[in-house]
Ligand binder design. Sequence first.
Ligand SMILES: [Zn+2]
Length: 479
Amino acid sequence: MQREAIYQRLKAKYGFDEFRPGQYEVISDLLAGEDVLAVLPTGTGKSLIYQLVGSLLPGLVVVISPLISLMQDQVARLNYQGEKQVAALTSQLDFGTRKSVLRQLPQLKFLFISPEMLKQPRVLAALQQTTISLLVIDEAHCISTWGPDFRPDYLSLGTLKQAIGNPLTLMLTATATAKVRQDIVTQLQVPAAKQVVYSVNRPNIYLAVEQVASEADKRERLQQLVLAVKRPSIVYFSSKRQTDLIAEWLRSTTHLRVAAYHAGLTAENRFKIQQQFMAGELDVICATSAFGMGIDKADIRQVIHYHLPTNLADYVQEIGRAGRDGQPALAVLLYAPGDEQLVRNLNNLTAASPAEIQLDQQRFQQSQVAETDLSLVLQYYWTHGYSVEQVTTQFESRQRAKEAELAQLLTYVQAKTCRRAVLMAYFNEPAPDHTPRCCQLSGEPLPLAQLGLTASKAQSQAATIPWQQILAQLFLQNS
Ligand SMILES: [Zn+2]
């Protein structure tokens, strides 16, 4: 397709004159019929790529997405932009609704679906009857990092792709090391896919890690940071409960507009909070990692991690939501001794001993399938003819990989030299020279003034709201 035609569509559909880095390259490769693995930093507008290609090609765009909340958000956003021929096929829909979505397939332009739903025979059959213009694997790194012990259906995507007629394929991710990229193209059986890879380095984001002695100190430091630094801020937590509790605490102890955001909220509430955030009506979002996939707000000034992220790739993706306007922004990781245990606990959730694996196989053979998370994962292997030894090996190597990821994360946390150099080394990229605007060497105070990130005086005072008023506010919020 002609370059002008692509630019005309960009102008007509989105009102933009220019693409962001990487967008045009990926779009023109796809329109030339090439499969593409695109590693583009968060904030590049990855969904614009498949929306624009979908609008130029006849047929359905199928988007494989890992999270129901993410799918619902994307459907809501497309609807908001005026695109009505869009649906999400999720396990939350009842049988009747699923059937009606499948009946409407020929009229749809975009279908969001999880790998688990895609493998359902009814769904496969319906898709085989439909013209598919493009298959999109969103958050494609999940193939490598989530597959073996958490979402094994990700391992079948290559086979499922063949089953629906091997359509043109776009694999999208914000962060992928060379190893992860190799995993993705191998699993999807597209070794010759064009790879469009942009650097993960975001030089305008200042990197800091602050050690605190205890949970109470951490909370206090968090409060100082959200008050002292220009708004808005995102604060990441690893648990929904902590997200809610700390959001409530920040709301009642500062005069900031704070909201909690996680997968436990209804789709409607999540969308409402996103809209408020986009409209500049919130100062702080306390969130789990579900928030931000797909959020494109240019002026986020600070991303704080209250808990450790799972690994450096996730970390880079999460802090990448700051400073998309190119202006200075701040990434602060708050670390208290022993925080890594929380990551280990999360990792252990998907661990299994050889004895557990053996027992599950025996039960499976006797048709006694347990409804535990582990058993549901293992079912995949038993129905695909794996042996107990093969599965044990898979699980052990996955746990070792997670332990190695944690060790790399701690190398970043404990770095005494340039932190950006540690991040770049993880992605096998050369490190730029350290400057005063690059990262915090241990013991240095945050250079907020030099970075132009100091909140105005009026904004940086903690609230002195009388307790009666706080109570009244709480009462109103709960009524
Ligand atoms: Zn540095």
